[in-house]
Design a protein around this ligand. Structure first.
Ligand SMILES: C[S@@+](CC[C@H](N)C(=O)[O-])C[C@H]1O[C@@H](n2cnc3c(N)ncnc32)[C@H](O)[C@@H]1O
Length: 395
């Protein structure tokens, strides 16, 4: 393969990967800008890739067999090649629409000696997934990692997944999802975002609801296993179950969040009807967000398995992953949305106490309360806003 640009070899996990020379692609401020490179590689996504390796290993253990995995938006191939080298894999399908990326993937597959289990394509991801599904080639894991929104790839991926397979989905279009471009979000995610301090949790719930809407149409139930926000992206891992009766359960997971910007009250309403009343605490206007996923976004049992397996694997981001998963475990049974200590304290004119102290005080009053991985100054609770303010005032 001849390149018109210089390349380098990097090492990530057990993989050796040829990438364009990263130091040649800097934006203003001298920071590396992966979108400027002829083939995409972002070292900042290593944590995401480590977590995916952990998930696939967890699945290996649960199923006690090798997996068929498809990564239809591969870039250099780093994720797919790592799956092949660091998990028990029967077949790995890698693909990219860019012909330069395709050349890099082929070269990297050869460099890592996985030609016997790897299939490499140069197609549109949706078309490839539909072709593979029509040949009855179904996958245990499909990993969708696009530029921006994953919307267009969801239905083809659902078709190409095995029953009980896992769909991994990243979204980086946080500008619409966090309420800066409302119409773009409504168009793509079929729900209204909320420009609030907890907008990134709303973003996750809008993403999952969009996937649920498509899954329901194909009589598929989705079960979120792990969902998180990290730096510039959100990511969810969902297990799917085929069957209309099973899928019906997810009809109840769609809802609306009503929020009062005056006093920070919010309420989660099941169903698609917008709540018209005024805020019951301050009589302020209520703003709605949704429809979005109001069910759990993390499976407690799966999270426990991941935490145990993380101790056994020696991933580069082991400590960060352990911290993230342990916080997700605490969050897993708590209600949607969270409160921000600084915001509430600015409203009640009080010096902010420690987040942990607020959580303990609420728990002492028999409310559910715990942290959120999204915001170190955030906490989740089922206590009403007046109780939260009383508790903070007394600290
Ligand atoms: C964010 S990058 C993938 C990064 C990769 N997963 C990793 O871990 O490094 C998205 C890739 O999708 C490719 N792409 C964009 N649209 C596509 C499409 N419709 N079908 C297939 N590939 C596509 C781009 O060329 C790009 O390489």
């Amino acid at each position: 393969m001849e390149n018109s640009f210089p390349v380098q070899e990097i090492h990530e996990g057990r993989a050796k990967i040829i990438t364009p020379r990263l130091d040649l692609f800097r934006g203003s401020g001298e920071t590396y800008r992966p979108r400027l490179t002829p083939v995409f590689y972002n070292p900042k996504m290593k944590l995401n890739r480590d977590l995916s390796i952990l998930l696939a290993n967890t699945m290996n253990k649960m199923l006690n067999r090798d997996l068929n995995i498809c990564e239809p938006l591969s870039g250099t191939g780093v994720m797919g090649i790592r799956y092949a080298l660091e998990c028990r894999v029967k077949k790995i399908v890698l693909n990219d629409i860019s012909s330069i990326a395709y050349q890099f993937i082929k070269r990297n597959v050869k460099l890592n000696n996985i030609e016997d289990i790897a299939q490499v394509y140069n197609e549109d991801a949706s078309i490839l997934l539909l072709k593979l599904a029509s040949k009855k080639l179904k996958f245990d894991i499909i990993d969708i990692d696009p530029f921006g929104s994953p919307v267009e790839f969801i239905e083809p991926a659902l078709k190409a997944l095995r029953n009980k397979g896992i769909l991994c989905v990243t979204a980086t279009d946080l500008i619409p999802l966090c309420g800066i471009k409302i119409e773009a979000c409504e168009r793509k995610y079929l729900g209204k975002p909320l420009k609030s301090y907890y907008c990134r949790e709303i973003a996750l719930r809008l993403l999952i609801n969009m996937i649920n809407t498509k899954a329901l149409q194909h009589s598929i139930l989705i079960e979120p296993l792990i969902s998180y926000v990290y730096e510039h992206y959100i990511r969810t891992y969902l297990r799917i179950f085929r069957g209309a009766l099973k899928a019906n359960k997810a009809l109840k997971m769609r809802g609306i969040i009503m929020h009062c910007f005056k006093c920070d009250f919010r309420i989660i309403v099941e169903g698609m009807v917008v709540y018209k009343e005024k805020c019951p605490y301050c009589n302020g206007e209520l703003t709605y967000s949704g429809p979005l996923w109001i069910g759990p976004i993390v499976s407690r049992d799966f999270c426990v398995n991941m935490i145990q397996n993380n101790e056994e694997l020696n991933l580069e981001n082991k400590k960060k992953i352990s911290k993230l998963l342990n916080t997700l475990l605490e969050e897993s049974t708590l209600p949607p949305t969270f409160y921000n200590v600084d915001y509430i304290c600015s409203k009640i004119k009080k010096k902010p106490p420690k987040t942990r102290d607020i959580i303990h005080s609420l728990q002492k009053l028999n409310y559910e309360a715990g942290p959120t991985h999204i915001d170190p100054k955030g906490f989740k609770t089922n206590a009403p806003i007046n109780v939260i303010k009383d508790v903070i005032n007394k600290l």
